[in-house]
Design a protein around this ligand. Structure first.
Ligand code: SF4
Length: 310
């Protein structure tokens, strides 16, 4: 069994994720091992979280688990206003690693609440980013509506002349386009981004997957099961008619997947570290990969500045 590997040049960690990880690293340097708490997984990747935990960061799911006055980092997905207020009351030293792209959406939600507009959030109900976005609405939260599909839009009861919409940043571009189109069709006066709020990193990675899908028999994506953008990459590949698998690392690969493959595509979600990709390439080489070819232009991205307090 021999095959070729095609590696998407646009893959892996985005600037928001790199910044969030660097934030935790810098905070550990500054405040010391065991002195830094992170509310929720700083990014949705098992390897990243385990690595930072080993280096002395605490990951918790509620503020109650954190001692008063501790150093607290908010994850890249962001938090709502109530969480921020509660954290301030507890006297934590707060370092906000919310991705700037998400913070921009938060500001729109703040303003919608202040001006009494209905807010429609297109996204996965229960995802940490969506919880934070809803929580940024300043006012009666019953005016915030989470939808995902066109059917959800059809059930909406809002004042379309006094409403905004925002989207989760890591959605499928195609699916979101359909939902946004239905929203604008039902509520022509609704205010929102020209297209949606999916970030450039999400868009670029999905486009790169489409290119891989044209060339390969199967696609392996490095990323954790709870990573929204990684799951969307898998779905994009599957919609293009290619077998696609999401794995935390090479140990998740079943060699049977490679049987009869002539070309195996490889990419990584926006929270997956590059050493996981390296491990997968080594695994593929030991299971028949003859060559590894990089596909697509490498993006030139400027890093986001670190949050205040570091
Ligand atoms: S995927 Fe996009 S929104 Fe999320 S952290 Fe990365 S750049 Fe920010």
């Amino acid at each position: 069994m021999t095959f070729k590997v095609m590696l998407a040049n646009v893959r892996g960690m985005c600037q928001g994720v790199s910044r969030a990880i660097l934030t935790v690293e810098k905070a550990l340097e500054r405040y010391g091992n065991g002195k830094v708490w992170v509310l929720h997984e700083v990014v949705h990747n098992r390897h990243v979280v385990e690595d930072l935990r080993e280096r002395g960061a605490h990951f918790v799911e509620s503020l109650e688990e954190i001692p008063d006055g501790a150093v607290l980092i908010f994850s890249a997905h962001g938090v709502g206003l109530e969480t921020l207020t509660n954290a301030q009351k507890r006297g934590f030293t707060i370092i906000d690693a919310t991705c700037p792209v998400v913070s921009h959406i938060h500001k729109k939600m703040n303003r919608a609440g202040e001006s009494g507009k209905d807010a429609v959030v297109i996204g996965h109900n229960g995802h940490q980013e969506v919880i934070g976005t809803i929580g940024q609405y300043k006012g009666d939260k019953s005016r915030v509506h989470v939808v995902m599909t066109e059917d959800d839009v059809d059930k909406l009861e809002i004042d379309g002349n006094n409403a905004i919409f925002a989207t989760q940043t890591t959605l499928s571009i195609d699916e979101t386009a359909r939902t946004v189109a239905r929203l604008k069709q039902r509520f022509p006066s609704i205010i929102g981004p020209r297209r949606d709020d999916t970030c450039v990193a999400t868009q670029e990675r999905q486009e790169a997957i489409r290119e891989l899908a044209r060339l390969c028999d199967i696609i392996v994506i490095a990323g954790s099961a709870n990573s929204s953008n990684s799951n969307r990459l898998k779905e994009v590949a599957q919609r293009e008619g290619v077998r696609a698998y999401l794995v935390d690392d090479y140990e998740g690969i079943d060699p049977d997947w490679l049987a009869n493959a002539e070309c195996v595509g490889l990419s990584a979600g926006a929270s997956a570290p590059e050493y996981v990709v390296d491990g997968i390439i080594s695994f593929l080489k030991s299971h028949g990969a003859q060559e590894v070819v990089s596909i697509g232009q490498k993006p030139v991205n400027r890093p986001f500045p670190l949050p205040n307090g570091l």
